[in-house]
Design a protein around this ligand. Structure first.
Ligand code: UDX
Length: 438
């Protein structure tokens, strides 16, 4: 099939490359010329394992191309995927749908014939209906444009796999729609291999996405709230999580207690969900998400506080923060718990040295005043306290004996509960973790 992908950020670039990988002919478009130039040259502008190979392979096959020209997009295909960003609005919890609206305004007046736009962006419920009205008002006579919603559930770090082999495909359509036939063709390979394909109305599809993310955020904050109690009561949150996780109704995934969630999705999506529920008059329904957000933020403060307690104040003290990305296998530092901790410690007067295998460039743009070391060893040199803030495999594999020779004092906070306590303590380290007394 021929299709276009509008917006080539994280979601769009991945979707475009993966649709070509499935055998479709794909044209990606973005208003950001430099992004398009990079993608057309086979360079992925962010870190995502496996994506560069998929991009290169499909550029070479001729099935994938990129442009900044909306007229080309209008002429190229009748099926379009919309994957532009919906960031948090300044001064509000709500999502900003300016870019989504701008796509409709730029594309629809150029279209001829019958078109379907599949929205993939995470949007406030009701957006698809509004976009349909907007498109109806803008399209040429004799042209039809249908808006359908096909939310994206990909995780950073697993984006290629999640796009090619999704857990489920969700499609929201209006009454009398023909979009589900088209979507079945687009996702034929996945559907034939047994991936559940759920067709529903537009509001439900929009709500599925934010509900999924709200649930995941709640699960993480649940265990982090229990973690706070464990710290005081002398319990061990990791053992507790193992024990409750064996109950299939609960499950162990996303019960990783530690510094909490960050990134471009979970924090923004729970806030936008609360804001939208309030706008719709369901004021009470999602107030618990405020608590989910607060619990999450408190974990960052706790690590800063713990550092103060351990060192008897952080002013002038040398602290190494391992990790800057919001999670491993990503160079994304948006709302990163690791960078928030490093930043807070630095602002409190500590001499903070940071190392991350992939996110240093992005981190330096957000927080230029931190000291970014060239290697993990260089970062650890002379540290009076080490904080493991993002659980990269490289950090999990660190040899406590070797690290012990680099630092000034063998003290470490395991902010993600991933280190082998016996090995580190055996090598003479004093250890602290969230939700456990070590
Ligand atoms: C998330 C959703 O998982 C995905 O389906 C959606 O499309 C986009 O948002 P992503 O932001 O890539 O994906 O990250 P995810 O892997 O979900 O992790 C989110 C955050 O939660 C990270 O900061 C991670 O470190 C943290 N986390 C995750 C925990 O603190 N504990 C856990 O047990 C799991």
């Amino acid at each position: 099939m021929r299709m276009t992908v509008i917006g080539t950020g994280y979601l769009g670039a991945t979707h475009a490359a993966c649709m070509a990988e499935l055998g479709h002919e794909v044209l990606g478009v973005d208003v950001d010329k430099s992004k398009i130039e990079q993608l057309a040259a086979g360079k992925v502008p962010f870190y995502e394992p496996g994506l560069p190979e998929v991009l290169e392979r499909n550029l070479a096959s001729g099935r994938l191309d990129f442009t900044t020209d909306y007229q080309r997009v209008a002429d190229f295909a009748n099926v379009h995927f919309l994957g532009v960003g919906t960031p948090q609005q300044h001064g509000s919890y709500a999502a900003d749908v300016t870019y989504v609206n701008a796509v409709i305004d730029s594309l629809v007046p150029l279209l001829e014939g019958d078109h379907i736009i599949f929205g993939k962006s995470t949007v406030p419920v009701g957006t698809a209906q509004e976009l349909q009205k907007r498109a109806d008002a803008l399209c040429k006579e004799g042209t039809t444009v249908e808006i359908a919603w096909n939310p994206e559930f990909l995780r950073e770090g697993y984006a290629v796999k999640d796009t090619i082999e999704p857990d489920r495909i969700v499609l929201g359509v209006r009454e009398g729609s023909r979009a589900d036939e088209v979507a079945r063709e687009v996702y034929k390979q996945s559907i034939d291999s047994g991936t559940p394909f759920l067709v529903m109305d537009l509001p439900t599809a929009e709500l599925v996405k934010v509900s999924a993310n709200a649930f995941l955020a709640t699960k993480i904050s649940f265990i982090n709230a229990v973690s706070e109690v464990c710290e005081i009561a002398g319990g061990d949150v990791t053992m507790l999580a193992d024990a409750i996780g064996f109950d299939e109704r609960i499950g162990r995934k996303f019960l990783g207690a530690g510094l909490g969630f960050g990134g471009g999705c979970l924090p923004k999506d729970i806030r936008a969900f609360m804001a939208r529920a309030g706008e719709l008059g369901a004021d009470q329904a999602l107030t618990f998400l405020r608590e989910v957000d607060a619990i999450n933020m408190r974990r960052r403060d706790r690590v800063v506080e713990l550092s103060r307690e351990i060192l008897g104040g952080v002013l002038g003290r040398r602290i190494t923060v391992l990790g800057a990305a919001f999670k491993p296998n990503s160079d994304d530092v948006r709302d990163s718990p690791a960078l928030a901790v490093a930043g807070q410690l630095s602002l409190a007067g500590a001499a903070v040295s940071v190392y991350d295998p992939e996110a240093m460039g992005n981190a330096a743009k957000v927080f230029p005043t931190l000291d970014y070391a060239e290697s993990v060893d260089a970062a650890l040199e002379g540290a009076e306290l080490v904080i493991l803030a993002t659980e990269w495999q490289e950090f999990r594999n660190l040899d406590p004996v070797h690290v012990g020779e680099l630092v000034a004092d063998k003290r470490i906070i395991d902010g993600r509960n991933v280190l082998d306590v016996a090995a580190w303590q055996g090598a003479g380290w004093e250890m602290w973790a969230l939700g456990r007394s070590l």
